[in-house]
Design a protein around this ligand. Structure first.
Ligand code: SF4
Length: 340
C-alpha cells in the first residue's frame, strides 16, 4: 500500500489535474456524450490504438450501430467489417458478446454497478473504471500504461510496475486521486490526457505539466528511468505459406477458425490454420509480407497452387472489399495481378 504521505499527495493533486483538464481537454467525439455504450466502444477501440486512428472508426461504428441493441442483433461479419483495420479482433467479438449478455441479463440497459460491468466479456478493471467514472459518475480508478507512467514518475516509484505489490500501490493511488475529485470522470480523463499529450514516454513536456512541481522523477532527474522496464520476452520468428487457388476468375478463401488470432476473418488457405497441404520443392513465392503480433515476427509467402480438394468458399475478386479479411492477406494480394 502507498505511504500516508503519498496518499495525502494524491489527494492534493486531484484538483490541479481536474482544473488542468478543464482547460486543456482535446475535443474528441466520444467526449461529447456520456452514454455508457458510446464510452465503452471508444475505450475498447482505444486499447492499443492511437486516438487519431480511432476517431473515424468510432464515428463509422456509431453511425452503423448507434445503440447497444443494434450491436447485439447485427451480423458478426458486419461487426468484424466495421472493425477491420483496427486489429486485435477479439475486442470486436467481445463487444458483441457483451452486448448480447446485457440484452439477456440486464434488459438491454448498460449495468451500473462495477462488479456487473467487469463481468462482461472483454471488460477488465481499467475499462470498467473508465466507463463507471466517465459515463456513470462513479469514483472508480483507472490504471493503464499512461497512468502507470504518470504515477511512477510523480511518486518516484522505481520497482517493476507489473509486479503485484506495485500494482496494488498504483491502483490505490489512482483510487485516492479519483475519490478526491469533484468530477471523477474528468479526473480519470485528465490522467489519460496528461499521459497522451504531456507526459510522453520519451521527452515529456514537463514545462506544460500541471503537477510538475510535485514530480519526484523530475526533481531527481530520473524521468528516463521510469516506469522501470521489465525484461522483454525474446521474439519468435514464424513462416506461413499461403496458397492462391483460383478458378474461373474467383479465388478460394477460408474463414479463420475459433482459437486462432483474428478468428472469423476471411483469408487465403495457408499452413497456419490448415497444415496438411505441402509445397513442391521448387515452388517460388509470388509475393511476401511481414507483420508482427505481440512477440511474433511473422513472414507470409504466397504461392500459386492447383485446385484440389481444399475446403473453403469461392469469392470473386470484386467481393473482397466487402468481406472482413486479414490485413496481412490483403497486403499479399495487393502485390499480384488478381484474376479478372
Ligand atoms: Fe511527467 Fe514531467 Fe509531469 Fe513528471 S513533470 S509527471 S515527468 S510531464
Amino acid at each position: 500500500m502507498p505511504s500516508d504521505a503519498a496518499i495525502r499527495k494524491a489527494r492534493r493533486l486531484a484538483p490541479r489535474l481536474e482544473a488542468w483538464f478543464a482547460g486543456h481537454a482535446r475535443d474528441l467525439p466520444w467526449r461529447r456524450t456520456r452514454t455508457p455504450y458510446a464510452i465503452w466502444v471508444s475505450e475498447i477501440m482505444l486499447q492499443q490504438t492511437q486516438v487519431a486512428t480511432v476517431i473515424p472508426f468510432w464515428q463509422r461504428w456509431m453511425r452503423a450501430l448507434p445503440s447497444l441493441p443494434h450491436l447485439a442483433r447485427t451480423q458478426p461479419e458486419r461487426v468484424l467489417k466495421l472493425w477491420e483495420g483496427l486489429g486485435y479482433y477479439s475486442r470486436a467479438r467481445n463487444l458483441q458478446a457483451a452486448a448480447k449478455q446485457i440484452m439477456a441479463e440486464h434488459g438491454g440497459r448498460f449495468p451500473t454497478d462495477p462488479k456487473s460491468i467487469r463481468a462482461l466479456p472483454g471488460i477488465g478493471r481499467y475499462t470498467a473504471g473508465a466507463i463507471s467514472s466517465i459515463a456513470l459518475g462513479q469514483a472508480e480508478p483507472i490504471v493503464d500504461g499512461n497512468v502507470i507512467r504518470i504515477l511512477t514518475r510523480l511518486f518516484g516509484l522505481q520497482d517493476d510496475p507489473k509486479s503485484k505489490p506495485m500494482q496494488e500501490i498504483l491502483w490505490a493511488l489512482a483510487e485516492q486521486l479519483v475519490k478526491a475529485a469533484d468530477d471523477c470522470g474528468a479526473l480519470n480523463q485528465s490522467l489519460m490526457e496528461l499521459g497522451a499529450t504531456v507526459c510522453h514516454p520519451r521527452a515529456p513536456a514537463c514545462e506544460r505539466c500541471p503537477v510538475a512541481r510535485s514530480c519526484v522523477a523530475r526533481r531527481k532527474g530520473i524521468i528516463h528511468l521510469l516506469p522501470a522496464k521489465p525484461a522483454r520476452p525474446a521474439s519468435v520468428q514464424q513462416l506461413i505459406h499461403v496458397y492462391l487457388i483460383t478458378h474461373a476468375g474467383r479465388m478460394l478463401l477460408q474463414q479463420r477458425p475459433e482459437g486462432f488470432h483474428n478468428a472469423g476473418f476471411w483469408e487465403l488457405p495457408n499452413d497456419e490454420t490448415c497444415p496438411e497441404r505441402s509445397l513442391p520443392e521448387d515452388a517460388q513465392p509470388l509475393a511476401t509480407a511481414r507483420h508482427t503480433i505481440t512477440r511474433y515476427r511473422i513472414e507470409l509467402r504466397l504461392y500459386a497452387m492447383p485446385r484440389k480438394k481444399t475446403p473453403g468458399q469461392w469469392h470473386a475478386v470484386g467481393e473482397l472489399d466487402s468481406i472482413p479479411m486479414t490485413a496481412a492477406h490483403r497486403k499479399l494480394l495487393s502485390q499480384i495481378n488478381l484474376p479478372a
